[in-house]
Design a protein around this ligand. Structure first.
Ligand code: IMP
Length: 409
């Protein structure tokens, strides 16, 4: 089977944990988009691991993990992460592979990225990791791919400073370099987990353009990233938080406001540890936005949802959910294509009972407080997609599986 895991919101939905959990039954785990702009946190047996590039499935012993075709890779960050794995006693040699078609982020791109974003009339608030520049040069046909490092002509055409940066990594990269499409084809009998980065609403085409990242973070990107046809994908799983967050700039209609919600943003940020893994920036926080989530489900073919961080709402007697927008004098459930329109959209909020008994620690769906089950059902009804997995805490063991996503339908 081939499963895609994507974020259903603006990134940081808890995909790292979801992937780590789903990777147990996968033979291969492949990340298909983005670069070191992502930050995935996984907690295993009390130990916290943070990844930017290496697929989160790496913590499952013996799994082969692949940095796929659609990725943009900063080799310095990659080898730092691999060194950290080694220090933690996790062997990676021979099982962390890198697509020969992935693009390489050169150090000067980071400066260009930061400078360009500062110069924008409305900065996007990029992570400054050179991601947009690398993808732009790729589209401009001036990018540097992994395979190009081993061809005399393309190597010699690089600037001396770039070659000096790349040289120390060459032999290690050569050992990891793989024709991903051929490998995935060869292993077609086994389970393949396709790991997205960022989120549906940060996708270059489907997201809140221009306040998006520049990779194909939508589910369709998984086929490109693995070098397979779209019909080979069996299921798309959307990971979403019980609330919403956004880091960097861009419209966010359901954001908590002090006038309406008091100190709720601070509270949720504190309990949910809502600070960027890559930049440390505080994330903006808000209510769950159902029109946005339903749009993400539809435009990505999400057939199964996985909810995370319900425990952050533990103990709150009352909650709100955004169920539509008031936009230009009318009420709509449609998710606008224009970022300006989304800026103007006022959230229409429905008040629902919160759960005063803790979700954290619950082992079964029936053990969850009734209000938490109702909250989940509200999402299912609105989006028309079942919530099949519930994460009740950061640890691998804190997961309720209503239906195993690997079960063939
Ligand atoms: P870039 O990807 O660094 O170009 O940043 C573009 C936008 O995407 C900025 O608003 C970033 O904060 C956001 N972004 C990029 N990667 C992530 C992520 O993994 N999680 C959340 N936001 C992200």
């Amino acid at each position: 089977m081939k499963l895609v895991v994507i974020g259903g919101q603006w990134g940081d939905e808890g995909k790292g944990k979801a992937v780590d959990f789903l990777a147990e039954k996968a033979e291969l785990v492949l990340r298909y988009s983005g670069g070191a702009n992502a930050g995935h946190t996984v907690v295993v047996e009390g130990q916290t691991y943070k990844f930017h590039l290496v697929p989160s499935g790496v913590l499952n012993p013996g799994k082969t993990v692949i940095l796929g075709i659609g990725m943009v890779v900063d080799l310095a960050t990659l080898f730092e992460e691999l060194a950290q794995l080694e220090q933690a006693g996790i062997p990676w040699q021979g099982r962390v592979l890198l697509s020969d078609r992935a693009h390489v982020v050169l150090p000067r791109y980071k400066e260009m990225d930061q400078h360009r974003d500062r110069a924008r009339p409305r900065p996007l608030g990029t992570t400054g990791r050179g991601i947009g520049i690398t993808y732009a040069l790729k589209a401009f046909r001036e990018g540097v791919r992994v395979v190009d490092l081993f061809e005399e002509g393309t190597w010699n055409a690089l600037e001396p400073a770039d070659r000096a940066f790349l040289q120390p990594y060459l032999e290690r990269v050569r050992a990891m370099m793989t024709d991903v499409s051929a490998l995935v084809h060869e292993k077609r009998g086994g389970n393949l987990l396709l790991e997205g980065a960022q989120g549906a609403l940060l996708d270059l085409d489907l997201g809140t353009y221009p306040f998006v990242s520049s990779g194909i973070s939508c589910a369709a990107g998984a086929a490109v990233g693995a070098g397979i046809g779209p019909q080979e994908i069996d299921r798309v799983i959307g990971v979403f938080k019980a609330y919403s967050t956004r880091v960097g700039n861009g419209p966010f209609p359901s954001r908590f406001t002090v006038e309406r919600d008091g100190d709720l943003e601070e509270k949720v940020r504190g309990i949910g540890k809502e600070y960027g893994v890559t930049t440390g920036r505080p994330r903006r926080c808000g209510y769950l936005d159902l029109p946005a989530l339903r749009y993400a489900c539809r435009s990505n073919g999400i057939g199964s949802l996985l909810i995370t961080k319900m425990d952050v709402y533990d103990g709150m007697p009352e909650l709100k959910i955004c169920t539509s927008y008031q936009l230009d004098g009318r009420r709509t459930e449609a998710f606008p294509a224009s970022a300006e329109a989304l800026e103007r959209a006022e959230p229409v909020l429905e008040t629902v009972p919160g759960w005063t008994r803790a979700v954290k620690g619950c082992q079964r769906f029936t053990e969850l407080p009734r209000e938490a089950r109702d909250y989940i059902r509200r999402v299912e009804d609105y989006c028309g997609v079942p919530v099949e997995v519930i994460s009740t805490g950061p640890n691998r063991s804190e997961t309720i599986v209503r239906k195993d996503p690997w079960t063939p339908s």
